[in-house]
Design a protein. Sequence first.
Lengths: 447, 121
Amino acid sequence: MTLLPPLLALQAAAAPPPAVVPADTAWMLVSTALVLLMTPALGFFYGGLVRSKNSLNTMMMSYVALGIVGVVWALLSYSLSFSEGGPWIGGTANALLNGVGTEAKGTIPHVLFMAYQGTFAIITAALISGAVVERMRFGPYIAFLVLWSLLVYAPVAHWVWGGGWLMTRGILDFAGGTVVHINAGISALVAAVVLGARKDYTRQAILPHNVPFVLLGAGLLWFGWFGFNGGSALASNELAAVAFTNTFLAPMTTMVVWVLLDYFRTGHATAVGGATGIVVGLVAITPAAGFVSPTGALLLGAIAAFPSYFAIVLRSRTRVDDSLDVFAGHGIGGLTGALLTGVFAQKAWNAAGNDGLLAGNPAQLGTQALGALSAMLYAGLMTFVILKALGLVMALRAAPRTEGVGMDVSQHGEEAYTSGEGSILVMPEVAAASAPAPALTPQTAAR
Amino acid sequence: MKLIVAIIRPDRLNEVLEALYRAEVRGLTVSRVMGHGGETDRVETYRGTTVKMELQEKVRLEIGVSEPFVDVTVKAILASAHTGEVGDGKVFVVDVSQVHRIRTGERDEAAVTPAEVTEAL
């Protein structure tokens, strides 16, 4: 205690360099792990919604982003997103993690900031997979992930968060309504149109094979989302507490409204509906989490249920096979959230933010709409170009026959639910010659 | 009357059901079975363990039909389950000595003639 006053005096005198704050670092370490968990959670959410013959492939489309997008992030797209550059895209100063050390970025170590933002890049790319499941080949999908995270995610993240033109214009996007959800949602819609519908779409019922997985995924997504929104304060402070609490409240009202809509429309409160309502509420509160009051979050969550709910109902009557409704959930949900941020935002809750429509600043709503619209135009156009270009050099879709057999067997040589009955162990050449059969040889191997 | 037993690929089931519906064949039993039709074994790998899946998933249809429906049913299955590759399956037509409808006690031809559905679900 006796040392503290002189120390403070010393810092004040020397105009201190930005310092790493331990409390902030601790919360951001936890938040990074929380957000990373959201991508496996998304895998379960999506994996439960498809047919069993495609469940591993669908889950792998999320999991593989942890590898591919993460590596691309570290090598280049972190730099393109967050290092100093122009209004459109960042520079290459931090490429290959150059200059990303333990120095303070804000009040946390730069390496941690890089890792935290990387988890956002990963899940954003993985979100798109929901529109192309059960038909897109795995190789082209990976190529798409690489190109998309460099050409779409990095620029849009730079516009909004990295010092780009939308940030200069004062867009309010607390944790990624525009960067993550509108971006992924519109890209998903375009991808679904370019790929075309599944061969069975509108011809036969395509039902979720494991609704408990869907519920598990939604629950884990909510858990991880506390890091996604709460961590976007980039500090362990009052703002983080507000964002955290709003992330706690908004999905509750969305879920209630969603289930009521379900009940009055179909006569049942469905489990898939409840899970979808939670996710849509989380999407909608994302841009607003650190700018609105908890009461505002409750209202925002309730309103957000309507556009996405009816977008799903209408979409399923069209030829557009956005299979897991990424556009309705994330695109429309993100758009609703981004616009409602411009309605409910209050400077009283975040001095660094701005007032919205209800607090007497209608201009903010315009800024929000401009951000959403430009992200939609850019991401939609670029996704179209990337997929068309990839389509020139490789087949994006599996052949109809392969689609019928299922993507698990054809893309991965594995099945999600195999009994092993009738399977014969193929011994590796060398081992077969020298070693006796292992203890776990299936009984059928003797035949 | 005959019992028609068909072993088909699971991914053709919907096409077959659709064809049977169009042929006005009503009343059938479907089971998931394992079998082998001489096709190339599928190879799968689990954590470095490579296995040949000798038994493939198949679907078995059992349909009891009256004489006029035998050819219709067989033709519908043959056309709709066909892919041209080894492993498409088989259709067996089996003589049946007796058929009883449990609900009404009707016998033989009457028992395999579709009933008028009067009760609503």
